[in-house]
Design a binder for this molecule. Structure first.
Ligand SMILES: Cc1cc2nc3c(=O)[nH]c(=O)nc-3n(C[C@H](O)[C@H](O)[C@H](O)COP(=O)(O)OP(=O)(O)OC[C@H]3O[C@@H](n4cnc5c(N)ncnc54)[C@H](O)[C@@H]3O)c2cc1C
Length: 385
């Protein structure tokens, strides 16, 4: 029998790993069950925003993130090949007036190393949760490891298990949304631009191209496509970038390429009794704007504060209990809704064939000197804490 814990976390992605470290540090017993036997190697998400850095600093990982990542200092915008303006993050609130660019696999490795340093027994890999039942004192969870059943008991279960969350499904929490018409292809190449530490956004009638610096002299290119490409090749991405920006990435240096479609899904509630959701398990927003992973960390921190409050009350506050998690749920869903709207503005600006006068005007307004600071705050996820 596994030891009973106060909080059982399902899913050891960025959200679950961060929540685990926060709880251990504050003396709340927890365990993370992760179905994958090995850490992921895909670079997927790259942007770590200031509000997330402020919270990640509480578990002592920011120095490592800064030493491995690139500090993105701002962005340059082009419309139909002409530069329309620059936006700098340097006036954003200290101590992190920048976005850090680091592949998700590296960020997860840093988070996992910190968690193991705090308590090596917290993360159980190769364990897939399949059932969950209400028990006398909390929740009973059944999982499979090498097809052998394992049982766990916890006061609370947190589903940090991503888009297809088993926890959400077993708790019967509705997850509603839909897909957008937009599709993209992205790839990482050696950086051949003169953009340095700046992001580039190239708007025009063929569709948006976004570009971000990556560590190791690399640069990510994200290109809007008419439909989702199957098995995209580096040469095709290079030619799309070249046609729309005049910049020619070297396809022999491509270290990652994939295509994706985008959707939005929201849980009706992020809590139901002793079951709580966080991260992608609770809300999916379009990756255009790079906010999903950061939202998961903001959830994790907010949930940690709720658990700390409960612990202070001796865990016995059953009337207040639902209030703590109801407040968490409404606050975090409101924040994710704002993030969804911001990503929708980004996608609207990038729709090529419909790129008309209105979009050009909005793009120019964003980069107007007196509005730059406001939009710099939006692009760095301020207001979503
Ligand atoms: C192309 C692309 C680019 C992106 N770029 C950005 C970006 O720049 N910035 C940003 O903030 N976000 C970005 N995102 C979004 C980001 O990748 C996700 O929001 C983030 O990974 C969510 O983290 P999570 O921990 O909530 O869920 P996940 O990363 O999905 O982790 C869930 C974990 O739960 C485990 N699991 C699932 N089911 C079970 C089970 N039954 N039992 C045990 N374990 C289970 C899974 O194996 C997984 O490890 C991007 C996404 C995509 C697709």
């Amino acid at each position: 029998m596994n030891p009973r814990v106060e909080v059982l976390i399902v899913g050891g992605g960025p959200t679950g790993l961060f929540l685990g470290s926060l709880l251990i540090q504050s003396g709340i017993s927890c365990m993370i069950l992760e179905q994958r036997t090995l850490a992921t190697s895909h670079s997927r998400s790259i942007g770590i925003h200031p509000p997330a850095l402020e919270r990640l600093s509480k578990i002592g990982v920011v120095d490592e993130i800064l030493s491995r990542g690139i500090q993105v200092s701002g962005g340059v915008a082009f419309v139909n090949g002409h530069k329309i303006g620059e936006l700098s993050f340097k006036h954003c609130r200290p101590p992190f007036p920048f976005i850090v660019s680091l592949p998700q696999c590296e960020t997860e490795a840093i988070l996992e190393a910190r968690l193991l340093e705090l308590d090596a027994s917290t993360l159980r890999r190769g364990v897939r949760v399949v059932r969950m039942e209400k028990s006398e004192k909390g929740v009973s969870v059944t999982a499979l490891k090498n097809e052998v059943e394992l049982c766990f008991e916890a006061d609370y279960v947190v589903g940090c298990d991503g888009l297809n969350s088993v926890v959400r499904n077993l708790a019967d929490i509705p997850f509603k949304g839909g897909t957008y018409p937009d599709t993209y292809v992205m790839g990482d190449f050696t950086d051949t631009t003169h953009l340095g530490n700046q992001a580039g956004i190239f708007l025009g009638r063929h569709g948006v191209v976004e570009s971000f610096p990556l560590p190791g002299g690399l640069r990510r290119w994200v290109v809007k496509t008419d439909s989702q490409l199957e098995n995209p090749e580096a040469a095709l991405l290079r030619s799309l970038v070249s046609r729309r920006t005049g910049i020619e990435p070297d396809d022999s240096t491509c270290s990652m390429i994939s295509s994706f479609s985008v959707s939005h899904f929201f849980a009706d509630s992020m809590s139901k009794g002793r079951i709580i959701l966080a991260g992608d398990a609770a809300h999916i927003v379009s990756p255009i704007g790079g906010q999903g992973m950061n939202l998961g960390w903001l959830d994790a921190f907010s949930l940690f504060e709720a658990f700390s409050l409960l612990k202070k009350e001796g865990w016995k506050n059953s009337a207040g209990l639902s209030d703590v998690f109801a407040t968490y749920s409404s606050k975090r869903l409101a924040s994710a809704t704002t993030a969804r709207k911001r990503s929708e503005l980004n996608m609207w600006l990038g729709r090529g064939s419909k790129f008309g006068v209105l979009q050009q005007m909005v793009a120019r307004v964003i980069f107007m000197p007196f509005l730059r600071r406001r939009f710099a705050n939006q692009f760095t996820m301020r207001g979503l804490e």
